[in-house]
Design a protein around this ligand. Structure first.
Ligand SMILES: C[S@@+](CC[C@H](N)C(=O)[O-])C[C@H]1O[C@@H](n2cnc3c(N)ncnc32)[C@H](O)[C@@H]1O
Length: 245
């Protein structure tokens, strides 16, 4: 029963309530503040391939990992015991409600090396300066200047460092060899459907990533959306490396 009530609350925020505010941070907070409690349960059924993305990224012993747009910090769970190999993991987000959930998780788990930080993903620089891993899970589509966020991830990474991304997307009309074309209905239906929640699907993430990083793995998929039985939303998983200079 509690799950159904949480789902209804989350659906109301997703479908009926429009984010308000004059800054990006205010709009994020107005969108998330009423659904932060039910966030993990609902998003587990909607944000596919996060665990696989996190588990596909190598964890360097003593390394620094920055998760940009980390929300409640669920990705830290997906690392499992490998989290202890990191010297630091920064969970960066602009929504204070979601970061409170992340902080509660860190305390409950007793992680000494995991630090939630309220900061913009396009400008966050940790005290270490450069890092070994940057990840984005379903956050690039919510960052208006996503290209700036990718450029910033590139500048944070050490040469040879890893980047892992999973996010919704739509393909270009002519996506090129090795990519899955999306029909007119897919390319037309999903952008406005997600756009009403300020989630902006782009046909340009994958080409930009392939141009900027060495591709280690790229997979284009589809996944279920709760309460939408007949459709599957497209998402991609990209694992890449910053080329040695
Ligand atoms: C769909 S949620 C994904 C959260 C988490 N990565 C996950 O997989 O559950 C997108 C997140 O990006 C955050 N976000 C959006 N724009 C941001 C920005 N400019 N800087 C930091 N975080 C941002 C939002 O607050 C939100 O937590």
């Amino acid at each position: 029963m509690a799950n159904v009530v949480n789902d209804l609350k989350t659906l109301w925020h997703l479908v009926a309530r429009r984010a308000s505010g004059s800054t990006h941070q205010e709009r994020l907070e107005s969108f998330y503040s009423g659904q932060a409690n039910g966030y993990d349960d609902f998003r587990r059924r909607m944000l596919h391939s996060r665990q696989e993305m996190i588990q596909s990224v190598p964890v360097p012993q003593g390394g620094v990992w920055v998760d940009l747009g980390a929300g409640t910090g669920e990705n830290a769970e997906h690392l499992g015991p490998r989290i202890n190999d990191l010297s630091k993991m920064y969970l960066v987000d602009l929504s204070t409600s979601l970061l409170e959930q992340a902080q509660a998780r860190v305390q409950a788990r007793g992680w000494q090396n995991v630090v939630p930080v309220c900061h913009d993903a396009t400008t966050f620089v940790p005290p270490e300066g450069s890092v070994d891993v940057v990840t984005f899970s379903y956050s690039l589509t919510m960052i208006p200047d996503w290209f700036r966020a990718m450029d910033h991830a590139y500048s944070l990474l050490k040469p040879g460092g890893s980047i892992g991304i999973v996010d919704f997307f739509v393909a270009r009309k002519y996506p090129g060899d090795g990519h899955t074309p999306h029909g007119w209905s897919t390319r037309t239906f999903w952008p406005p459907w997600f756009g009403s929640d300020n989630v902006f699907l782009s046909p340009d993430h994958i080409p930009y990533l392939k141009n900027k990083f060495e591709t280690v793995m790229l997979s284009e998929r589809r996944g279920k959306i709760p309460y939408l039985p007949f459709v599957r939303a497209p998402h991609y998983v990209f694992i890449g490396k910053k080329r040695a200079e």
